[in-house]
Design a protein. Structure first.
Length: 429
């Protein structure tokens, strides 16, 4: 572990630490951010009324629209003279979301990323192939800083230019790679296509995040690159990558949320009521150590559940894989659908590969979904039995009838470096 004491802190003490840090954060918000002062006053609440994280549910959420309304810097709690870096997330509509960091914030960013890297299997002295994009996106620089602090040799490849990525993987021999899961798929496939034996690569660990993914893709990446692949999660509003991380020896049990900095809640997507551990809803974070850009009950829109794992190495709570973003959820004939659900069905059928796309269109009054998915090598894509088997499994597990089109290898778009969009919504064209 990178910070064993805090990573294994007894829960009671962790709670006390969170309570103290929350109190300090709320006072700073109240004093320094007009938006939060107004928010408290409109509810008739003073920071002193909130005794700890157990009282958080009494406070309203902060939403992405609040950040837009305060674009670019009005949510900053520190003057620019204290700010050392500014990032922005793409934002699909309108202005980007702008976030800032003091030196202390950057130090904490480095710590949580270093912690995450160790959790993923990385060690000081190893080389990190960093294929997250550098720039305003927090992925590249975020991983860079944490790996440097850990004592790794960082190779700042950034995303794209797959030829060069493969050359570096072969010649520089990085033991760890980080990128999006869809780009890891691309790299794995390109290795196979070029006859590069993954066993001959030095790379042992892949740290994958920035978009939802399931065991289907894990299996493909692990065999295709001969690595142990774990999940890293984060969002720029909270800090960037390193909000949570899956342990390489506890794969499939969820990702540790670094609770000494980010307090998580899961709430009902419709009512906003906090849900019991284990129930799925919207993930909400309160930052309890951030200086420049603290957020209270930030509505991430990401759907997952959280729970403690008594058998885990660390004490911090774990979050399940993200099913999708609430605003990316499709509603098909009254049934909610995330694309990761289709990915999970693909996992069960050996004759398919996790290269797929959902096409949604409106036929008369009904929304229809077509699944385009590639078959494995040597499989006949015209085989109606195979098509029907998938359609039947989808209908049985998800409850929606979908048209299935089996495609040959290469027919579905690949990630060229960053996040990949797996849904084509023709209703919006
Ligand atoms: P942008 O909005 O520009 O893509 P962000 O890095 O802030 O930049 O995006 C954060 C979002 O990416 C999260 O809210 C979540 O939806 C998604 N995300 C990040 N990591 C993961 C992950 N490991 N699994 C699923 N989704 C993720
Ligand atoms: K995103």
């Amino acid at each position: 572990m990178y910070q064993p004491k805090i990573e294994t802190f007894p829960l009671e003490e962790l709670r006390r630490l969170q309570d103290n840090r929350l109190a300090a954060t709320m006072h700073r918000m109240y004093e320094k951010i007009p938006f939060y002062r107004q928010l408290f006053e409109s509810k008739g609440i003073h920071p002193n009324d909130i005794r700890g994280v157990a009282d958080l549910h009494r406070l309203p959420f902060t939403r992405k629209t609040d950040l837009r309304d305060n674009y670019p810097f009005a949510m900053f709690a520190e003057p620019m003279s204290e700010v050392r870096r500014i990032h922005a997330s793409s934002g699909t509509t309108g202005k980007p979301t702008v976030v800032g960091y003091t030196q202390n914030d950057l130090d904490i960013f480095d710590d949580v990323v270093a912690r995450s890297l160790v959790c993923a299997g990385a060690r000081p002295g190893m080389k990190l192939h960093n294929a997250y994009g550098y720039g305003l996106f927090t992925g590249g620089l975020g991983m860079h800083g944490g790996a440097t602090k850990l004592g790794m040799a960082v190779i700042p490849v950034s995303g794209g230019m797959t030829d060069r990525q493969l050359t570096i993987l072969q010649d520089f021999g990085p033991e760890v790679i980080c990128c999006t899961p869809s780009y890891a798929q691309t790299l794995a496939e390109e290795c196979a296509q070029r006859g590069i034996d993954p066993k001959a690569l030095a790379v042992q660990y892949a740290v994958l995040g920035a978009e939802p993914w399931t065991e289907t893709i894990r299996r493909q990446v692990e065999s295709g690159l001969n690595v142990t692949a774990t999940n890293i999660y984060g969002l720029s509003e909270i800090i960037g990558p390193g909000v949570s991380q899956e342990d390489f020896e506890e794969k499939g049990t969820g990702s540790y949320v670094w609770e000494d900095h980010f307090f998580p809640e899961v709430v009902d997507r419709n009512t906003g009521e906090p849900l019991p551990y284990g129930e799925e809803g919207v993930l909400v974070f309160t930052t309890i150590t951030k200086e420049a850009f603290p957020l209270l009950r930030y509505w991430t829109n990401d759907i997952c559940s959280i729970n403690y794992d008594a058998n885990a190495k660390r004490t911090h709570i774990k979050m399940s894989p993200i099913r999708g973003r609430a605003d990316d959820m499709l509603i098909i004939r009254g049934v909610n659908l995330f694309y990761t659900q289709v990915e999970e069905v693909i996992e069960q059928l050996d004759y398919l590969q996790p290269n797929y796309q959902l096409v949604v269109r409106r036929e008369r009054t009904m929304d229809e979904v077509t699944v385009r998915v590639e078959v494995a090598e040597g499989v006949n894509k015209e085989d109606a039995r195979l098509k029907n088997l998938l359609a039947g499994k989808i209908k049985n597990t998800i409850g929606i009838s979908m048209e299935v089109i089996l495609e040959s290898f290469g027919a579905i778009p690949r990630s060229a470096g960053g996040k990949l969009s797996r849904v084509v919504d023709e209703r919006k064209l």
